[in-house]
Design a protein around this ligand. Structure first.
Ligand code: NAP
Length: 492
């Protein structure tokens, strides 16, 4: 175990004030420049006037999900980058883009160089369904599709075929599912003035998809989306919404669930309202959005030549109590039905990926075990260690849930833990020979011949994208390949 101490008998920290906090310099490294990373950096800089904060990201661009996850037709959610940019321009803060944790620099190297390391690299992979046919062409994770239309360089060449079918199936009913359904169905005239990637806009303009099925394994009382996002898609012009009236009948157990969650109640009420308001309308020629409840994917069906997906076999489900929890779970009934489609987007949740040296609980939502952000290690509950100087924040800490602002509270908690630990002397700050921090990192990168992108490099990308965007009446035209990004940022 590296620099840890036993959790057993470790007393709860009290807030005794942070009088001695700013006596010594503090070298902090935040790994990941999404909302969780930037909120943490901002709070550290404010709380400790001698803190020097370096933010690493494997991409040449900062802001994580704000750039690559938030839908292009939600510009208001992206305004927060102005606040993050102000933090980055603080003279005690530096950005190191194009630096990969694991391959370019290891966690153990960073822990040797910095007093505090905060892992904030989020969830860059996908849960899998584990049903036959999942690897057929035409099946993508919603994360990949979102990265594709948002111009993430790792999905630039994904090229989903939107012309081979009129039907897409989206599995899952969370907010990401609503995002991808909306982007597939929204008139492209409304997308062309957003920051959507050019290659995606062209593909959507040529798309023949006019029907989207949103499939949930549970019922309308359990749909995972939130009311604002649901209202937005239900209110789209020229969209025919289909909801089976029979699915809206709820049981006493559903009623209990709805009583316990105002969010779920509002979502359920909106679905009921939409089902009645769309009854008896003439919808000729309109796009269609179908909410399918109580169905779980059982198998993906290949085309005759086995070359791509041609449908999904769904098993009907019913809901069953789940021990003492109020939340019911979906159970298969053994009855099946097939849904034809040419595109499937699996929107069943993101997944974090572990790195060497980082404790990781792959069974529980793939999170880093932690106590209010302090990373815990140890196999057995009676033998838990706190990893000295190592902290976690964001989706790696709490699982892939919550909106951008959720990370504000999450960062607050982690930073409070850091400050408490400094105050209690649990982070050994050396006044005589401080850890090398930024100088050490620069040396390692130079030794390994790694060219990092500083914040100034990102600003060059930003200016170029905004300029290109102006020519097309868009807020920005994103650079979408690694080559282009590095060329503009580093001038190579
Ligand atoms: P999510 O909200 O957790 O939804 C996941 C969906 O996948 C649920 O419907 C879930 O059903 C279903 N699912 C999970 N495992 C499944 C399986 N094995 N088979 C079938 N269905 C399965 O996740 P998300 O949509 O990826 O969103 C992630 C977070 O980002 C959420 O907190 C979301 O609110 C947030 N977000 C917010 C916005 C926004 O504010 N505009 C936009 C995008 C994302 P069960 O409920 O039955 O498990």
């Amino acid at each position: 175990m590296k620099g840890g101490f036993l959790f057993r008998g470790w007393k709860t920290l009290t807030s005794r004030g942070f009088c001695s906090l700013n006596d010594k310099s503090l070298r902090v490294c935040v790994i990941g420049s999404g909302p969780a990373g930037f909120y943490t950096a901002e709070k550290m800089l404010k709380a400790h006037e001698r803190a020097e904060v370096d933010i690493l990201d494997r991409l040449p661009t900062p802001f994580g999900l704000v750039r690559s996850g938030v839908a292009p037709d939600h510009p208001e959610t992206k305004i927060v980058v102005n606040q993050f940019s102000r933090a980055a321009s603080n003279e005690r803060c530096s950005f190191f883009g194009n630096v990969s944790l694991g391959s370019d620099v290891s966690l153990s190297e960073l822990r040797d160089m910095y007093d505090v390391v905060v892992v904030a690299y989020g969830a860059e992979s996908d849960r899998s369904l584990g049903v036959p046919g999942e690897n057929l062409t035409g099946i993508y994770s919603a994360r990949e599709f979102v990265w594709w239309y948002n111009g993430h360089p790792d999905c630039r060449y994904m090229a989903p075929d939107l012309k081979c079918t009129d039907t897409a199936v989206v599995l899952g009913q969370g907010n990401v599912a609503l995002d991808v359904a909306r982007i597939l169905l929204r008139p492209t005239s409304e997308l062309q003035t957003t920051d959507i990637a050019e290659h995606a806009l062209i593909s959507l303009q040529e798309s023949t998809i006019r029907k989207v099925y949103l499939v949930g394994r549970r019922g309308p009382a359990q749909a995972a989306c939130t009311a604002k996002e649901l209202r937005e898609i239900l209110g789209m012009k020229n969209l025919q919404v289909h909801i089976q009236a029979a699915d809206l009948v709820i049981s006493p157990a559903d009623e209990e669930e709805l009583k316990a969650s105002r969010i779920q109640r509002r979502v359920y009420d909106l679905l009921c309202k939409s089902a009645t308001s769309h009854q008896g309308h003439d919808f000729a020629g309109q796009q269609e959005l179908h909410f399918i409840f109580f169905r779980k994917p059982d198998e993906f069906l290949p085309s005759e030549d086995q070359s791509r997906v041609e449908g999904v076999r769904l098993e009907k489900t019913c809901l069953k109590a789940n021990g003492l929890s109020r939340k019911q779970v979906a159970i298969g009934t053994g009855q099946f039905e097939d849904l034809d489609c040419g595109l499937v987007l699996k929107s069943i949740g993101y997944k974090s990926v572990p790195v060497d040296g980082l404790p990781f609980d792959k069974y529980r939502a793939g999170v880093v075990p932690n106590l209010k952000g302090r990373v815990l290690s140890g196999d057995q509950p009676e033998n838990v260690n706190i990893e000295q100087g190592l902290y976690v924040v964001g989706w790696l800490k709490r699982g892939p849930t919550g909106i951008v602002a959720t990370n504000l509270y999450c960062a607050e908690e982690t930073v409070t833990s850091i400050l408490e630990d400094i105050n209690e002397g649990l982070i050994a700050l050396r006044s005589g020979s401080p850890k090398p921090g930024r100088q050490g990192l620069l040396q390692v990168l130079e030794d390994k011949n790694i060219r990092f992108v500083p914040f100034r490099g990102w600003e060059k990308i930003d200016s170029k994208e905004k300029l290109e965007g102006q020519l097309r009446n868009k807020p920005r035209e994103k650079l979408t390949t690694w080559d282009e990004l590095l060329k503009v940022a580093l001038g190579r």
